[in-house]
Design a protein around this ligand. Sequence first.
Ligand code: HEM
Ligand code: CU
Length: 484
Amino acid sequence: MSSSVTATATQSRERLYLQIYMGITLAVLLLMLLAGVALRAAQGTLINLPPDLFYQAMSLHGTGMVGIAGLAGVSIMWYFLRRYVALTPGIFLANLLLFTLGVVMILGAILLGGFAGGWTFLYPLPASSMGQWNTHAAAAFIGGLLIIGVGFLLFYLDAGRALLARYGSLGRALGLDQLFSGKVDADHPPTVVASTMVLIINILGTLAGAVILVMSLINLYLPAVTIDPLWAKNLIYFFGHVFINATIYMAVIAVYELLPHYTGRPWKLTRPFLAAWAASTLMVMIVYPHHLLMDMVMPAWMLIMGQIISYLSGLPVLLVTAWGTLVQIYRANVNWEAPARFLVLGVFGWSIGVIPAIVDGTMTINKVMHNTLWVPGHFHFYLLLGLLPMVLGFMLHVTRLPDSRIHPLLERGGFWLFSGSAAAFVVMFLYSGLHSIPRRFAEYLPAWVAQAQLSTLFGTLVLLSLAAFFILLLRRLAQVRMQA
Ligand code: HEM
Ligand SMILES: [Cu+2]
């Protein structure tokens, strides 16, 4: 009896942690969406945001969105992975606390200290503010990121420990033995495969991030200790590329685990699935030089590798996931409740969003498009229409009770309003990029303003449709309606 009492206590504690994770995710998302709309409205001269505030808001929006995407991804990975291996609830909580502490520091750095150096904190910008912010503000921002990174690192180390305890080696958890030895165990969980890949890449990614963050901190207070800027940029973009990609690789676990619930078909492990995840594990780490195609001093082989791997890196996992999703829904009797809608939207938003990304990873095109709105166009595509719907689908599912049908107006109308306006919003970014409108500009030339205004309209519709779902979710969370 006592063990079942402890089990229930653990369960309700874990449920509480998950609720806090989701509550924070929704609150931060909402604020960051507001900041995003404000940025676009400022570019469209619809509101007056002086350049210093614009770059503060841009830093807030970028950092906040990337961070919360990571936190949401971790909650998805944790929720499903603990079904197969013994994760430590305390570590899950520690990650949340460190995240919150880091966010407070970053908010202080930006809102009180005026830090506006962008989420990429590219050396030596944090240290050369030309009077816009002081050393302590930059240090609070960089220190905040470092603390958030420590939380994530703890989580992945715990996941790695748990996977090793169950499977003996990360290779086996990733399914390498099955891939090469001839027999595929159809019952090996896709969640275990995806989680293993994510922890491998993100342990290395956050460590690289930590190295450059600590070096930047030292440089802030001891300017005589300089850093090679190219080395700094390599570390930052290795970290940044891996981290943001890992958010999708965590979110997609929700598709593997939940879509079968709505289609009635199991998501079985196959050899192409294992091969895809194994291949992407390596490629996602060596593709990052596509962020440095303009840095002519990079070794040529690295840039060439960046271009070639850009065509290959995301594709295997994407293909097996998109294919698997089609197999799930083709002629199936799908129960198209909101979670299923969002999960499927997420897969196809991600798939389509990768195309403009690959286009930009091509040197001859990158030379022209590099700093245009094409770039926010491609990453908003797979974050806003890929990652975010997967996260929403997950939340709508775990807070759903059998009797809780969402009002059809929201379930259908809200869903299509979101899909349509989000697609229009990202297409506007891409279209503006095609017309060489630069990214990260606070002040627009008159010829660019109309596009920003139209974008603001679509962004507002995105915000409104999402807010409706967020309110529904927050109410469910407040009523402790959750299947944990
Ligand atoms: C209504 C939804 C959104 C709107 C209106 C919006 C708007 C914007 C705008 C105007 C920019 C600056 C573009 C420029 O370079 O000139 C931006 C940048 C950015 N956004 Fe969004 N965004 C939205 C959703 C998202 C989502 C869902 C994510 C991620 C999950 C995201 C992540 C980012 C990032 C990482 C940047 C780059 C910041 C930088 O260049 O340093 N955004 N967004
Ligand atoms: Cu990249």
